[in-house]
Design a protein around this ligand. Structure first.
Ligand SMILES: [Ca+2]
Ligand SMILES: [Ca+2]
Length: 286
């Protein structure tokens, strides 16, 4: 009879190892169960805590939240109102600037109208004076003569701006018109002549735009005598530096022309025969 196979030490060692594995597996399983239970408990508690925190509402907190919400809503309303007010302000400023521009334009137009009105009033005054002058001189002066202070005056420039003659021919023309060269024997007459030549002479800076008057020193040099034999004693009506009797043949006949720097200083001595100028005639009014 054969002996039963003997269990070797290896066999013994293999059984011990299996037992360890089983024990280890059992321990791990138990540990898993414990961990699973712990996770479940923690999850449940977390859920409770979370739910409790969500649903927990203290009255003071609720009031604060409500006030905070109201404040936020009020702030939003105020912000929107501020924006509306800013837009309205911008519109108002633009409208104001536009109105100011319109006002400036209207003032400019009004100034133009006022200037035109002043010009028309001045023109009406001038026309009125002319009518008065014409009415007062009506029938007193020949055609082409201007009435002033009981005399009639003819300014050749007003008849022709191109015709000029020497002093002798000019005097002859005046005589042909029933007059003679003007004799200026009062400040009023000097002012009348000064104003008249200022109106009719277009180039007041040149002596060649002057007009002959009835004043000469052809008999005695430097002794100025009017054609009515009255010696001129006034010297203030000569232009500065005149009379100077300059040039060959001298300058023995007086002319007048407008002096912008001093309307009173109108007189200049000119060569009677060589130079040709306009002339002024005078005769007594009827
Ligand atoms: Ca002279
Ligand atoms: Ca001179």
């Amino acid at each position: 009879m054969d002996d039963p196979p003997r269990r070797t030490n290896n066999y013994k060692n293999g059984g011990s190892t299996n037992l360890k594995y089983r024990l280890l597996l059992l321990g791990l399983g138990l540990l898993n169960v414990v961990l699973l239970i712990s996770a479940a408990v923690i999850g449940i508690n977390c859920t409770k805590i979370k739910q409790g925190s969500l649903h927990y509402q203290h009255p003071a907190a609720v009031q604060l939240l409500t006030e905070l919400r109201d404040l936020f809503n009020n702030h939003s309303d105020m912000f929107m109102a501020e924006e509306d007010a800013n837009r309205a302000l911008e519109t108002t400023v633009k409208n104001h600037a536009m109105l100011q521009d319109q006002l400036k334009q209207k003032n400019f137009i009004n100034d133009g109208y006022l200037k035109q009105l002043e010009d028309l009033q001045t023109e009406r005054t001038t026309l009125s004076n002319n009518i008065s002058s014409l009415e007062s001189s009506c029938g007193k002066c020949p055609l082409g003569f201007i009435y002033f202070n009981s005399s009639c005056y003819f300014f050749s420039y007003s008849e022709s701006s191109t015709v000029k003659m020497n002093w002798h021919n000019s005097r002859a023309d005046c005589i042909n018109r029933g007059s003679d060269l003007v004799v200026i024997d009062s400040p009023e007459e000097q002012a009348f002549v000064s104003n008249s030549i200022r109106r009719i002479i277009t180039d007041p800076t040149s002596w060649e735009t002057g007009s002959w008057v009835g004043l000469t020193d052809m008999d005695i040099e430097g002794d100025w005598v009017w054609i009515n034999n009255v010696t001129e004693v006034e010297t203030r009506y000569w232009e500065d530096g005149e009379p100077n009797n300059r040039g060959s043949g001298g300058e023995d006949c007086a002319s007048v022309h407008h002096s912008p720097s001093n309307p009173w200083k109108t007189r200049n001595d000119v060569n009677c025969r060589k130079h040709k100028l306009y002339w002024i005639c005078e005769k007594m009014a009827r």
